[in-house]
Design a protein around this ligand. Structure first.
Ligand code: FAD
Length: 359
């Protein structure tokens, strides 16, 4: 079955819903635009976040356009609240997200439209807003001897809280906020923790003000404009020293070790002879953009990145990536959704002989 619409949005996280909100102002849901998502419920990746990620520990969830985000007690887990909020949002603005629908490939048709192939048939559209996030592409670096490790290895994407590490010696690998949060949570339960990062952490003093935020976003934007892989905004801004982080540093929980040279069955080995016995390695090594379904469009350059102009793929104006690179935050996703829809409307007006004749 093939359904024809003007625009398809893939993904109903913050970025996809923000785009859908703006599309809804100009197009009918179902016939003008379709939002496809393969998760079982509303909530984007938030529905899968670990139960100990609460409103106290999360960086801050910015509201979707047009509806205030709930502000529950700080100790409330984020996952359920944000999922309910997204569900209410979809109802309020009649966005008619179709789920579970898994987009498998997007290809160009000879008539210039895009065919979005899914496990529930195809959609044909003139433009695509891709909002598939990163959660489904956890990044696992490879180290010598990794397969020989006798303990347990897991990624942030599989983390469910600190209690399962009770009495264990745990190494957390990675230099971002997730690694720090894992260490602060696990330390009281574990027999010992070790923190391993490639580079010494860059602690940030002072408030994170909007100017510093904009500066960091501009730096990530500059990378994607040059077709380089996006870095996370936090890797550009440094790590904020909240009172909790400061206390953890003072308590010695965040003493950092450089990356080991190999993994042995019982733990981590450095070439200078040091050895750390560990029972579990938690890889907090980040995520990559989930874009495999766009492969038939050949958007990637030789360095593996996609050259971007704002949210638009420079080589293909039909395709916008939102929640990608500089817009990979809840506030950035909102702005990207609006910008993508504005440009898509211009593109569709140009291609429409009736509106083109009027100009
Ligand atoms: C642990 C963690 C904590 C974070 N904390 C914060 C924070 O406090 N504040 C903040 O601003 N940002 C935070 N971020 C970043 C934040 O999650 C994102 O910026 C934002 O929520 C992502 O929204 P998104 O719409 O881009 O992606 P997602 O929420 O991941 O949504 C993508 C959607 O696309 C769907 N999808 C993917 N592939 C397909 C496909 N092939 N077919 C159909 N559907 C598909 C998925 O089912 C999903 O619903 C955090 C990220 C992580 C990993």
């Amino acid at each position: 079955m093939v359904r024809e619409v003007e625009v398809v949005v893939v993904g109903a996280g913050q970025a996809g819903l923000a785009a859908a909100y703006h599309l809804r102002r100009f197009y009918e849901p179902g016939t003008g635009f379709a939002v496809l998502d393969h998760a079982p419920h509303a909530g984007g990746a938030w529905q899968f976040r670990w139960p100990t990620l609460t409103f106290a520990t999360v960086n801050g969830v910015y509201q979707l356009p047009g509806m205030a985000v709930p502000e529950p007690e700080a100790s409330t887990p984020v996952a359920g609240v944000i999922s309910d909020y997204f569900a209410a949002y979809e109802r309020e603005f009649d966005l008619r997200v179709q789920r579970p629908v898994s987009v498998r490939s997007v290809r160009s048709l000879p008539d210039g439209r895009l065919e979005v192939g899914t496990d529930r048939g195809a959609w044909v559209a003139k433009a695509l807003v891709n909002a598939t996030g990163t959660w489904e592409r956890p990044f696992w670096p490879r180290y010598s001897g990794q397969e020989s490790f006798a303990g347990r290895q897991l990624h942030t994407a599989q983390y469910r809280g600190p209690r399962e590490f009770a009495g264990e010696r745990v190494a957390v690998v990675g230099g971002g906020i997730s690694a720090i949060q894992h260490l602060m949570e696990i330390h009281p339960f574990a027999a010992a923790t070790a923190w391993v990062t490639r580079r010494p952490p860059q602690w940030r003093d002072g408030e994170f003000n909007p100017d510093r935020g904009r500066e960091a976003v501009a730096m990530v934007e500059e990378r994607v404009r040059r077709g380089l892989r996006p870095q996370s905004v936090i890797s550009v801004t440094g790590i904020p020293q909240t009172p909790q982080i400061r206390a953890a540093r003072e308590a010695g929980v965040l003493e950092r070790l450089p990356v080991f040279d190999r993994i042995e069955p019982g733990g981590l080995r450095w070439d200078d002879g040091r050895f750390a016995s560990v029972d579990a390695i938690l890889w907090a090594t980040g995520f990559r953009a989930s874009l495999d379904h766009l492969a038939p469009l050949r958007l990637r350059g030789p360095g593996g990145g996609i050259v971007m102009d704002g949210t638009r793929v420079a080589a293909d104006p039909r395709v916008h990536l939102v929640g990608y690179g500089p817009s990979a935050s809840t506030v950035g996703a909102n702005r990207a959704g609006r910008a993508a829809v504005r440009e898509i409307r211009e593109l569709l007006k140009r291609d429409d002989p009736v509106s083109a004749g009027r100009r």
